[in-house]
Design a protein around this ligand. Sequence first.
Ligand code: BDR
Ligand code: CA
Length: 335
Amino acid sequence: MTVPPRHPFYLDCDTGIDDALALAYLLAAPTARVAGIGTVSGNVSAAVGARNTLDLLQLAGHAHIPVALGAHDPQAGSFGGGAPWVHGDNGIGGVSLAPAVAELAPETAAEMLVRLAHEHPGTLRVLAIGPLTNIAEALRLEPALPQLVEEITIMGGAAFAPGNITPVAEANIHNDPEAAAEVLAASWNVTLVPLDATMASVLEEHHRQELLSSSAPVPRALGEMLGYYFRFYEGIFGRPCSAMHDPLAAALAVGAVKATVAPVVRAAVDTSSGPGRGQTICDLRGVHMGYPEQPGARCRVVLEVEGDFAAHLVETLLTFSESTTAALGLAGSAA
Ligand code: BDR
Ligand code: CA
């Protein structure tokens, strides 16, 4: 039997309930190997996000994966305090995890990304599921980054769909529009996973119950966190459930889920101070002609995906087993 190769990944995140699910998904994905993680302020501060990430890694038996602290403030202005009404005061829905023993890596998130890109030239995949401050900083540190990285997948933006932080802007892009503009303008092929796709990928209460009934601590902790997330999304969908933004981007990045509608178009970010600030302006005028090729376009905008993503996500997360974590002496560490 041939074992599929594992792609090295750099994950940039603002952990965050759906970030926690994306991280767990990536750890469980048979074709991914997480080489390093950087955090950025978004749902919580970069420091709180790093703490959550370290704690989750320990719970999952992956405490060896290095975590680097990234930018606290966006390029313009300062960190606005996060989104406790969505993710809870601690970013993971009030769930308390056993504090990690591991410490932060002795480098910034941007430095880690540049280092990993040099260590894995042409094969490193970047998954960015928070504001793009660290990625823009890495581009400035190493202008050849787009040539060194195999591909970058970004959860962010809203193409045809409305925004979730303003009528036209999505949170990750709105939290640092200047950085997002730089990242989209760089000469790499970007896969953008906007709200168009993620708001249609919904986890229901029966999925949450499946996670809660696992004998392993990671799915159980995620199920508990989702209780908080579901309460926020009840105000949007009218029932306890939630969109799966970051996990969907992770599944697309590892290739486990395929996009069914994903035109490659020109894309820019509004960095003005007007009502459009943070909007991702994707040139989708080809919609009526099956999206003809656009010269110079590099941004693949995922509008629709195949299959039942929620079922795939839960099935993957349930592969965390009691025996793995117990063998590592970590069972029961979700309080
Ligand atoms: C994005 O913003 C954050 O709240 C989520 O973690 C996700 O990355 C959705 O707009
Ligand atoms: Ca996120």
